[in-house]
Design a protein around this ligand. Structure first.
Ligand code: GDP
Ligand code: MN
Length: 357
């Protein structure tokens, strides 16, 4: 897909770190997938801790490659400390300038006024431009960057040439400072592939309305004008309490996502993102990638393609999902308290999720 303005030409060849010989035997069983983290150099402590935890609980058995993305060059310290704890290949990508920063089409005076108002109203990240860049990037541009960004070598002497463009189908989004509380003894990517899923989540909750005042109307206008993209078996019952008249603010908490980039790169979601982006709502309001992804998936995928990963004990401050299905907590040797799982919190959208089944 070459539809994103400013996209660099895709290089013929580029480098990734080598497959350690001890794990190379696993590669045939692996899906086309990467563990993916967007991070700043200043995130290094928490980034390394998240990587180490997911390696211990899951990836040391599966050896999926990690991909790190940043709009600045990763520091040597970041690259070395991360490389020290991974069990498979790792690559560090630089996000092209135009894929990250506020587009010239945005009216800066209008955007500034919106930020100042949100800041005054104490809306979380209301005054931040960089947070908006991050949300826009995660909403729409990331899947394309993962095709196009040349992977930057970290340990030159070990690098080998990849003749083929590495184009992952699946990613698992991981953030700095998250926790995995249980053993993950199955391959979630394989589960997604085998069961024809496109999007997996662990936590669902309400969005702050003040960050997305016009998002729902924009989304519904797109859906009305492009009915061919709307799935006949969509998840409208999860995102609306009144048959689509208004948004109930439910979304999948996107700091955890296991999802198909083919879905994001597909025609329906690409046009959807371009339409949302053209309104400037990522900057004039503060649209998060969580509601944008969630509304796109809920409308354009079959609801059976969305998967609740109950088995994965996951924490992002201040909330934890702890497995609750029969025997799952025991099987995963989970350290979390199942009675305190966010699923039962009044702020959780688990009830909206469950009612569509
Ligand atoms: P929150 O979870 O909504 O509070 O947002 P975070 O601060 O955790 O940011 C979400 C993700 O984007 C994390 O993986 C951060 O490391 C990353 N991130 C946020 N802002 C930036 C930024 O300006 N540059 C880069 N490279 N990563 C960022
Ligand atoms: Mn976070």
């Amino acid at each position: 897909s070459g539809t994103t303005p400013g996209m660099e030409p895709v290089p013929d060849e580029y480098y990734v770190s080598p497959e350690p010989s001890s794990t190379a035997g696993n590669s045939t069983a692996r899906q086309s997938a990467t563990l993916l983290m967007l991070a700043r150099n200043s995130d290094v402590e928490n980034a390394v801790r998240s990587v180490r935890e997911l390696e211990d609980k899951f990836n040391k058995k599966f050896n999926y490659p990690w991909t790190f993305l940043n709009e600045e060059e990763f520091s040597d310290e970041f690259k070395q400390r991360v490389s020290n704890v991974v069990s498979g290949p790792v690559s560090f990508g630089l996000i092209p300038h135009d894929h990250w920063f506020q587009p010239d089409s945005i009216d800066e005076a209008k955007a500034t006024a919106a930020r100042e108002k949100m800041q005054k109203d104490n809306i979380i990240y209301g005054g931040s431009v960089s947070y908006r860049n991050m949300c826009r990037f995660n909403s729409g541009v990331r899947a394309i960057v993962l095709i196009a960004v040349p992977h930057i070598p970290i340990l030159q002497q070990f690098f080998y040439r990849h003749a083929l463009l590495q184009q992952y189908k699946w990613y698992w989004r991981v953030e700095p400072d998250v926790h995995f509380h249980c053993d993950i003894d199955f391959d979630p990517f394989k589960y997604m592939e085998d069961n024809n899923k496109v999007y997996g989540f662990t936590i669902t909750m309400y969005e702050y309305f003040a960050t997305i005042p016009t998002l729902w109307d924009t989304v519904m206008k797109f859906a009305r004008e492009n009915p061919q993209y709307v799935s006949p078996n969509n998840a409208m019952g999860y995102i609306s309490d009144n048959g689509g008249q208004s948004y109930n603010l439910c979304h999948f908490w996107s700091n955890f996502e296991i999802a198909s980039m083919e879905f994001w790169r597909g025609e329906a979601y690409s046009k959807f993102f371009e339409t949302l982006d053209a309104t400037g709502g990522f900057y004039y309001e503060r649209w998060g990638d969580a509601p944008v992804h969630s509304l796109g998936v809920a409308l354009f995928a079959d609801k059976n393609q969305i998967h609740f990963f109950d088995d994965i004990g996951y924490e992002h401050n201040p909330y934890t999902h702890c497995p609750r299905g029969a025997g799952k907590w025991e099987k995963g040797k989970c350290a979390c308290n199942p009675d305190r799982s966010f699923d039962y919190d009044g702020y959780s959208c688990m009830k909206q999720w469950e009612r569509i089944w």
